[in-house]
Design a protein. Structure first.
Length: 152
C-alpha cells in the first residue's frame, strides 16, 4: 500500500526540483507511522496483562524462609555475643541471596532492591573491624522483618 502511494506521488513530481526529497519524506513517514503503531495498543496482548496481574497477587519475591532462617541464626549468635561466628554465618546469607538473584530480581525489582539493601546493611554492620552488637542486632531484625513482610 505504501509503495503504491509512493509511486503515485513520485510519478507526479518526478520532474520537479524536489524529486530527491520524496524518498526522504516517504522514509520519514513510514518511520513515524511505524513508531506510532509499535507504541500504541495495536499489539495489545491480554495474556501479558493477565500474567502481570497474577504476579501482583502472588508474593513479591516468593518464599524467603531460607534467608530468614540464616538471618535468625546470625541474630542468635549476635545475641550470644559470638560476633565472629555470626560474621561467618552471614556469609551464607550473602551467597544464597546472590545465587537466587537471577530468579528473585525479575519477580519484583523494587522489592528485591529493598531487601538487597537490607542485606547490605547487615553485611556492613557485621564486617567492620569491631562490630557493634546493638547495631548488628538492629540491622538483622530489620532484615528479618522486611523479609517476612515480603515472603509468601
Amino acid at each position: 500500500m505504501g509503495l503504491v502511494i509512493y509511486l503515485t506521488v513520485a510519478k507526479k513530481i518526478i520532474h520537479s526540483r524536489f524529486d530527491k526529497l520524496v524518498p526522504v519524506g516517504f522514509i520519514c513517514l513510514v518511520g513515524v507511522v511505524g513508531f506510532i503503531c509499535l507504541n500504541s495498543n495495536l499489539f495489545y496482548k491480554p495474556k501479558t496483562v493477565a500474567l502481570a496481574q497474577n504476579k501482583k497477587s502472588m508474593s513479591p519475591l516468593g518464599d524467603l524462609t531460607p534467608f530468614i532462617n540464616i538471618a535468625e541464626d546470625s541474630l542468635k549468635l549476635v545475641e550470644a555475643n559470638d560476633l565472629s561466628r555470626a560474621r561467618i554465618r552471614i556469609k551464607d546469607l550473602e551467597i544464597a541471596w546472590d545465587e537466587a538473584d537471577a530468579k528473585l530480581r525479575p519477580m519484583n525489582t523494587d522489592v528485591w532492591a529493598s531487601v538487597d539493601l537490607s542485606i547490605d546493611k547487615v553485611l556492613t554492620k557485621l564486617r567492620v573491624n569491631k562490630p557493634d552488637k546493638g547495631a548488628c542486632m538492629v540491622a538483622l531484625k530489620a532484615f528479618i522483618e522486611k523479609s517476612k513482610e515480603f515472603s509468601k
